[in-house]
Ligand binder design. Structure first.
Ligand code: SAM
Length: 284
């Protein structure tokens, strides 16, 4: 997979040389290219921002450097100009997805990470100030797939940290990046046996630490009971930390034991086919 990042703070992307992503780069699984947006400015001060039309506080990133930078990085790839296949590849080569971090974007989720991990080429455009002149997003959306993405309901000073977050979430899903290909199967939000639930607690050796022991079931060697315990713990944690995920769960996809655990936690399936909390239900 190829990843391009265009930024005014290339040094902010240094963590992409470390740990999981760094190793994936070394092993040739990821081709990461970080570009300095100021290389596409032409004035003495390498200006990338200007005052906002309509007034107001803050500065807005100018369209010209972004346009030149994106043209240089993307070239003609995917820009076939055909209205029916606007995001196709022009010559059979890979079509880039342009990922624009912004707090006003669509929430970045595990599902989005999996979708992006299946694409051959991502181009990230982390901004600063009040963001990028809107015309840049509109212009590239005519010829490419552009996704405006938020990493959470808060405002950061720039898009570099969101890029680090997204790249790590995407990279660990790429084949060959994690040592054990199974290890993300049961992650929180993953599509495996815990689909839609948060992962429960995990333990390792020693069996006793500061007087606290590991739950007996985990050392029982009984795979069926261990799986059930993990599932119950996932239900408990999801109920406590993310009740919205239980509200959106489909009761028909739960087994009898799930329904019993959820009932203990105060959740019952309503006539609308969704779970609701019984009044006075006790939190975990
Ligand atoms: N005025 C903008 C707004 O309220 O939507 C906020 C701009 S923010 C100070 C500067 C840049 O940081 C954004 O353009 C974006 O690249 C990045 N950024 C900040 N918070 C983010 C978030 N929650 N998700 C993704 N990117 C974010």
């Amino acid at each position: 997979m190829r990843l391009d990042v265009i930024t005014i703070f290339p040094e902010y992307l240094e963590p992409l040389n470390v740990s999981l992503v760094g190793k994936a780069r070394e092993r040739g699984l990821l081709d990461v290219r970080v570009h300095d947006l100021r290389n596409w400015t032409h004035d003495r001060h390498h200006t990338v921002d200007d005052t906002p039309y309509g007034g107001g506080p803050g500065m807005v990133m100018k369209p010209e450097p972004w346009g030149e930078a994106l043209d240089a990085v993307i070239g003609g790839a995917g820009a076939d100009g055909d209205a029916d296949t606007p995001h196709g590849a022009v010559d059979g080569g890979p079509a880039p997805v342009i990922v624009v971090p912004t707090p006003s974007g669509v929430p970045f989720t595990q599902e989005a990470a999996a979708e992006l991990a299946a694409r051959p080429w991502l181009v990230f455009t982390p901004a600063r100030y009040e963001g990028i002149d809107r015309r840049v997003i509109e212009d590239y959306s005519d010829r490419h797939e552009v996704r405006e993405v938020s990493v959470g309901d808060y405002v950061l000073a720039g898009g570099e940290a969101p890029v680090l977050v997204m790249v790590e979430a995407i990279a660990r899903l790429l084949p060959g990046v994690l040592g054990n290909a199974e290890s993300h199967r049961d992650d929180s939000f993953a599509d495996g046996s815990m689909a839609g639930l948060l992962e429960g607690p995990v333990y390792t050796k020693p069996p006793a630490w500061r007087g606290r022991t590991v739950p007996d079931v985990l050392v029982s060697g009984h795979h069926g009971r261990i799986a059930r315990w993990r599932r119950d713990e996932a239900l408990r944690r999801t109920s406590a930390h993310r009740p919205d995920l239980i509200e959106h769960a489909v009761p028909q996809e739960m087994d009898r034991a799930d329904l019993l655990t959820l009932a203990e936690l105060g959740w019952v399936a309503g006539s609308d086919g969704r779970f609701g909390r019984t009044p006075g239900a006790v939190e975990e």
